[in-house]
Design a protein around this ligand. Sequence first.
Ligand SMILES: Cc1cc2nc3c(=O)[nH]c(=O)nc-3n(C[C@H](O)[C@H](O)[C@H](O)COP(=O)(O)OP(=O)(O)OC[C@H]3O[C@@H](n4cnc5c(N)ncnc54)[C@H](O)[C@@H]3O)c2cc1C
Length: 418
Amino acid sequence: MTSNARVVVIGAGLAGVRLARRLGELGLSASDVVLVGEEEHRPYNRVLLAEVLAGRYAPEVIALPTPDRLVRARAEHIDRADRTVHCSDGSAIRFETLVLATGSNPVLPPLRGLFTPDHELPEGVHAFRTMDDCLGLSKAVRPGARVVVIGGGLLGVSAARALAVRGAQVVLAQQGERLMERQLDPGASALVLRHLNELGVEVHTECRVRDVRCVGGRVRSVELADHYALDADLVVLACGVHPRVGLARDAGLAVHKGILVDDELRTSDPHIRALGDCSQHQGTIYGLATPALEQANVLAELIASEAGASGAATARYTGTRALTRLTLTDFTADTGNPFDLAAFGEPTPRPGDDVIQLADATRGTYRKVVVRDDRLVGGVLVGELGTVGALARAWEGAEPLPTDGGPLLHLLTNDGGS
Ligand SMILES: Cc1cc2nc3c(=O)[nH]c(=O)nc-3n(C[C@H](O)[C@H](O)[C@H](O)COP(=O)(O)OP(=O)(O)OC[C@H]3O[C@@H](n4cnc5c(N)ncnc54)[C@H](O)[C@@H]3O)c2cc1C
């Protein structure tokens, strides 16, 4: 059966759901907007999956408001000439505007033994991207289970800590020199390492996993490049993500790593827009929540204006200065140290940059900002985030800072500033 909609959004994740909601707020009627989502769960906030895995939140706590017209199916084909999307449930939807919000897929690293002869992951090996991944892991983990997490970025750190909280014996294998290299400088990485150690997680850096060993289709161990074997009941793959672009590519849209979009989030087809993790804007693929939500807000204004629901739209997306925030509070109650982390911009200085740093090893707090040509270019805060709001505003504004350093130090220490 074929239906019609003014706007069809493919992907009911953070970006797609925010877009649908904003379009409603800007005057489009519920019947104007159809959201196509393949996951069987109610739309949810992916950023909070680790809290579900840790047992802190029930899945329904992280649910997002469900839009009125939600088609639970996979969009399989875009017919651009006919402006129609064909779905896995046999339905077809004609659109005036199509929006791709298809997100990312986990990177599956090239490890020997990672796939069964049927090209499935062996029993006990899990990615960590979807609610199904999270519930599958949650069901499989037991106190004392031996878990190897492969990857020491934001995702691997979140997964390792959640599984340790569930009582598993966790080993984290990180190929790079330190944890969360993309966001953190060495000082802050060291504090994250200490925090994980306190939770009982064993961290191996500069450690390359080579092989996944299975018996009877079930994982038993992973082998490292130096031939050392780690016994494993469960393996979590946290090796990054890549934008999900298959549908766009098959439809002949311009794709580099992500789907190429301009400042109006328009793809190479003027009737098709893209946003969130699947899109690439001015060479950047963000892969983070804040840019996805900002893009959704801008796109909603543009589409509402084109639909005549609001006045002329001047909104443009010109990029996001993304602040990464990781909250690990509450789980360290036994150590007495709450653990919160925020990083923005470039926390590692270049030669000639000024650095202001305050560290308190006993309390596990660390604050550092990098200043270049009198402008704040990056920073990292661990343990106490009272100043993060004021610092982020100074960074986002990119205004010249006072030159004597005093007020800047004040920014680092004035906890009322957030
Ligand atoms: C465990 C975890 C923790 C994270 N923590 C943070 C964090 O602390 N901070 C941060 O900024 N970011 C974090 N992220 C990243 C953040 O979740 C993403 O940047 C954000 O979800 C992007 O939103 P999106 O809507 O573009 O994609 P997604 O939220 O991935 O949504 C895309 C949706 O589209 C669906 N879909 C794809 N193709 C089709 C199709 N053909 N038909 C129908 N449906 C389709 C997918 O199933 C999915 O539901 C985390 C991610 C994970 C997995």
